[in-house]
Ligand binder design. Structure first.
Ligand code: SF4
Ligand code: SF4
Length: 189
């Protein structure tokens, strides 16, 4: 059977200069030299950090209001919507008598996918996604962040809901304790 197709042109045999690899070495060095004078695109992490956009979704954290009161009322909505079930809450009664607060509030950061559903669903604006993205731990237990750590991460946020103000006007200032005070173990899950 006759063979069809075009014959492939063979590359020319390298000359004496090519056999020394000098042209290729000089070409490579020229490319390196040009890059030395271009702006650097690498960063000295972790000393240098990226500037993140305002809507960046990092690790979730709990927040306090201007009076340093824990805003979470342990309604369990965030635990309910969390897709990977990363949140665990146990509730307790607080001194106001009308609301409750979290006795235990844990987020398993190994599970958290930073979807922001907890922030979206929270009726008290008590949980927010921070810009923190570095999570390190030497074991799995360290990656389950307790309430105190979550509150430390979240810090203080102005409270647009002002529920405590409404309670104060109804019940008097003595009823509004800063930190929810346990008046007995409440519902858990
Ligand atoms: S950000 Fe998403 S995955 Fe993480 S705790 Fe909130 S709801 Fe759960
Ligand atoms: S963080 Fe918000 S949604 Fe979650 S339990 Fe507390 S008040 Fe409810």
């Amino acid at each position: 059977m006759p063979v069809s197709g075009k014959p492939v042109a063979r590359p020319a045999r390298p000359g004496l200069l090519e056999l020394t690899y000098l042209p290729s070495i000089l070409k490579g060095m020229w490319i390196t030299l040009r890059h030395m004078f271009r702006p650097k695109v690498t960063m000295q992490y972790p000393e240098q950090r990226w500037s993140l956009p305002d809507n960046y979704r990092g690790l979730p954290a709990l927040v306090r209001d201007e009076e340093e009161r824990v805003k979470c009322v342990a309604c369990f909505l965030c635990e309910y919507v969390c897709p990977p079930k990363a949140i665990h809450i146990e509730a307790q009664e607080i001194q106001t008598g009308v609301e409750k607060g979290p006795r235990v509030f844990e987020i398993n950061m190994l599970r958290c996918i930073m979807c922001g559903y907890c922030e979206e669903v929270c009726p008290e604006q008590a949980i927010f996604l921070t810009k923190e993205y570095t999570t390190v731990g030497v074991n799995r237990a360290e990656m389950i962040f307790p309430k105190e750590k979550l509150l430390e991460m979240g810090g203080i946020r102005p409270d647009p809901i002002k529920k405590w103000q409404r309670l104060t006007s109804k019940q008097g200032p003595s009823e509004t304790a800063h930190e929810p005070v346990c008046a007995g173990r409440g519902t858990a899950r």
